[in-house]
Design a protein around this ligand. Structure first.
Ligand code: RB5
Length: 151
């Protein structure tokens, strides 16, 4: 079955979102676009939240969120329990976000990232597995923070 990926952006990330959708379709992923649908000004929390809820409910396997810097969408997505959204500026960050943090959402900054780096960051994020091992207890500690209302 095709891997399902939710994608969302604000106006600053709209153009990049459209490019990434084509790229992912070419790689045979099934893309669920939660918006936005134009460059008209809108608010990044709306889209960070929509993608995060789809990931949390297991309706998609992973998510990509985009705004100007990637900061607003990652802050928003990370408000949802069980979401580990990682803002990645390099291929190395994407690899470690998966291997060490088991990140389930990739956040990108459309106004920050050099265009020629984006595809390798996405490919790396989507194809790298969690290392498990010593990293498991750290992920469990994040869950404890969520479950015991320590946040
Ligand atoms: C929109 O102008 C910009 O603030 C937003 O895309 C993002 O960079 C926020 O973190």
């Amino acid at each position: 079955m095709k891997k399902k990926i939710a994608i969302g952006s604000d106006h600053a990330g709209f153009q990049l979102k459209e490019k990434i959708k084509k790229f992912l379709n070419g790689l045979s992923y099934q893309v669920v676009d939660v918006g936005c649908h134009s460059e008209e000004s809108c608010d990044y929390p709306d889209f960070g939240n929509k993608v995060a809820l789809l990931v949390k409910k297991d309706e998609v396997q992973t998510g990509i969120v985009i705004c100007g810097t990637g900061i607003g969408v990652s802050i928003s997505a990370n408000k949802i329990p069980r979401i580990r959204a990682a803002l990645c500026l390099t291929k190395e960050m994407a690899e470690l976000a998966r291997r060490h943090n088991d990140a389930n959402i990739l956040a990108l900054g459309a106004r920050i990232l050099p265009e020629d780096r984006i595809e390798e960051i996405i490919k790396t994020f989507l194809t790298t597995d969690f290392d498990g091992g010593r990293h498991i207890k750290r992920i469990e500690k994040i869950k404890l923070i969520e479950d015991n209302n320590l946040c």
